[in-house]
Design a protein around this ligand. Sequence first.
Ligand code: SF4
Length: 322
Amino acid sequence: MKILEVNNLRMYFSTKKGDVKAVEGVSLEIGKGESVGLVGESGCGKTSIGISILKLLPDNGRILDGEILFKGEDLVPKSEDEMRAVRWNGISMIFQAAMNALNPVYKVGDQIVEAIMIHEDVTKEEAHERVARLYELVGMSPERAENFPHEYSGGMKQRAIIAMALACDPDMIIADEPTTALDVIVQDSIIKEIKKIQAKLNMTMMYISHDISVIAETCERIAVMYAGNVVEYADSVTLFASPLHPYTHGLLSSFPSIKGPLKKLTPIPGEPPNLLNPPTGCRFHTRCPYAQRLCKEEVPVFKEFKERHYAACHYAGELSLR
Ligand code: SF4
């Protein structure tokens, strides 16, 4: 059963220099209980999709077109009041560096209690009991809820933020680079914790990261983004074994694999395009070693090549990616 379906989403930011075309015709579907990773270089539109889904756009951001169906209901036309009910209980989001947003003068547990009481009709005692259960769920002793943020390590703060995201029992969580600010060992333990929670609660997750190795460890399905477009979407085993899009292939070749054999890393040449004025046709054509004239002239259609394996490349399936 699909829990989220994004159809042809377009989202721009207005700036003094013109519109930044941050999300251009993105389509994605996520099944209940699935974990989907959104991966791509910085500035490719990953976070823009996350904040579009929750309609947490800054003043200069606007959705121009498309649908965001959550449990069959389109979120795009919903008012701010209606969206408040969706956030927390429907979809909650763990933001980049959210752990720095904990209020230093309140006990961490009290901050989660407050969030629960704002969104649900429960007593303070019930909210405290729920916080204790959430702390156990994220691998912390419930007594820690009585501490202030400065008494927590970075990893503990991030666990508390995950507990807060789970506080109102949402159907889905969007986690935007939730481990980026942490050292590698703590990152690894948080990723394992997230995976455990996801399996235990059968939680639907969208995990946003620039690091394809983190996404591979966490997610069953991967959507690869480039310059505001999803260029490939498949289950992670298929995507790693037989990518269809040259950009996916380039991304896989430019990241070290922790578990696989040693390989020579090949960075993708060039820079991502400026989204104020993106290239015509396939936005990757300026960096693609397989580009032909057609690539400059026509936008490739994002289509299903094999069951639930989608790509947007004029020559997908015909290239021998090396
Ligand atoms: Fe490369 Fe052309 Fe495919 Fe774009 S459409 S990825 S430029 S081959």
